[in-house]
Design a binder for this molecule. Structure first.
Ligand SMILES: O=C(O)CC1=CCC(=O)O1
Length: 95
């Protein structure tokens, strides 16, 4: 199943910089692992914001939920999830 996920990152200025940097590094490693596995299909920066729009290809709600809550930056994110389905006019096939 495909999901559009919007993540707004709100790291408090009071968080120690070394901790913030370590969380960002872990987040990058995890997101790149999931991209290589094909689960995190697209990752786009929202211009002008510390936010991204992502497309996930996972088995369903539960897998997506577990994946999102295990992201290192999850405690500092506002997450919005939109399930997607094939548009009847689309010529690209959903995998
Ligand atoms: O920078 C972000 O938008 C948060 C994030 C998601 C994957 C990643 O590497 O950083």
């Amino acid at each position: 199943m495909l999901f559009m996920v919007q993540m707004q990152v709100n790291i408090p200025a009071s968080l120690d910089k070394n901790i913030a940097d370590a969380l960002k590094k872990e987040e990058k490693e995890m997101s790149q692992k999931l991209q290589r596995e094909g689960k995190w299909r697209d990752l786009w920066r929202v211009v002008g914001q510390y936010a991204n729009v992502s497309i996930f290809n996972v088995s369903g709600n539960e897998e997506l939920h577990q994946l999102l809550i295990s992201l290192p930056l999850y405690p500092y994110m506002t997450v919005s999830v939109t399930p997607l389905t094939q548009h009847p006019s689309a010529i690209a096939q959903v995998e």
